[in-house]
Write a new protein. Structure first.
Length: 341
């Protein structure tokens, strides 16, 4: 109950009514776009893996096998230097029949060992004058070689590169190493600029040509020059095949393919020893390595050994970058760097 003097209770005011909403303008419903009217999806730039897989698995394996097979014969040219320059035990040539040990002891002076503990032996480069032990002279009639291993005939035994002429052997070895370095740098750069296939064919041709010239070299200076050129060409072939082999397979297969190529090179080195035992001549040994390379000139036939897909992709990007750079230099004021990028 409420007293008469208390103010009357006031009921709470109701919530205000929401304002009337404005009529919305009708939006015409657009028809659903048809599949024919949709723009085509943007074409993605090709990658190396896409271009390699576009060859097909069978074609890819065939090309990898073709890039591995030449290593069998390149080992003949790149690993034959120790057999060609091997110096066998030798002494001055003595007139008459095969001398006995007693004749050798009476005709050749005794030399002490050059190192402590070495007993020494008969001289390799000197002999007694006229069989008398009064005077010692250099070898007059050449040298006799006691070949017990390797080739029966190499450049040392054929041109008597011993004693005073032995300095030509390390010169040939250094020139051979410099030839390999020159071929890797020069032909490797050419492969990046001109393409793998063209440079490979040029290197194979040079290897065959200089391989023949080395086999018919009449003197040590000509042999050293031809050997330098042969080392450069052979190293170029080996390097280009190595690069092409890696560019023809996915990253997951590169280790396996590289191991197979290395095993093929080892097989070539083992076969080199067998051929050396069979031919017994350094000219035949180098000829056995250079002659089979003529078969690989068939890689130049269209479709047999195509250009590396990754190099094609790289060369086109390089061309585009060059063209854009020229346009940027000619029209530098027409656009800023951000729009060009």
């Amino acid at each position: 109950m409420t007293s008469p003097d208390s103010p009357p209770l006031v009921s709470p005011s109701p919530c205000p009514a929401p304002p009337p909403s404005l009529p919305s303008s009708p939006v015409p419903s657009s028809p659903a776009p048809s599949s024919s009217s949709l723009p085509p999806p943007p074409s993605l730039p090709p990658t190396g893996e896409v271009m390699v897989l576009a060859l097909g698995r069978k074609k890819q394996r065939v090309l990898i096998a073709l890039s591995i097979l030449p290593n069998l014969f390149l080992a003949f040219l790149l690993s034959s230097d120790p057999l060609i320059t091997l110096s066998s035990p030798h002494h001055c040539h003595l007139l008459g029949p095969l001398p006995s040990p007693e004749v050798l002891n009476a005709s050749l002076p005794w030399e002490k060992g050059g190192r402590p503990g070495e007993s020494g032996g008969l001289s390799h480069c000197k002999q007694y004058l006229n069989g008398s032990q009064s005077a010692v002279v250099e070898c007059e009639a050449g040298w006799d070689y006691n070949v017990t291993e390797g080739l029966r005939n190499n450049i040392v035994t054929e041109w008597d590169l011993v004693c005073g002429q032995y300095w030509l052997v390390p010169v040939e070895e250094v020139c051979f190493i410099l030839g390999i370095l020159t071929g890797c740098l020069g032909l490797g750069y050419a492969a990046d600029r001109l393409g793998r296939s063209k440079t490979l064919l040029a290197s194979l041709t040079l290897s065959v040509v200089f391989g023949v010239l080395v086999c018919v070299a009449p003197s040590p200076p000509i042999f050293i020059v031809m050997r330098f050129c042969l080392a450069a060409a052979s190293a170029g072939v080996y390097l280009i095949l190595y690069i092409t082999r890696l560019e023809l397979c996915e990253p997951s297969l590169r280790l396996l393919v590289t191991m197979l190529a290395g095993l093929m090179t080892v097989a070539g080195e083992l076969l080199l020893l067998a051929v050396a035992l069979g031919c017994q001549s350094w000219r035949g040994l180098l000829g056995a390595g250079a002659a089979p390379l003529t078969l690989f000139l068939t890689y130049g036939i269209p479709g047999v050994f195509p250009e590396s897909p990754r190099w094609l992709l790289l060369s086109e990007r390089s061309a585009d970058m060059s063209s854009f750079t020229e346009r940027r230099n000619s029209n530098r004021d027409l656009r800023d760097d951000e729009s060009f990028t």
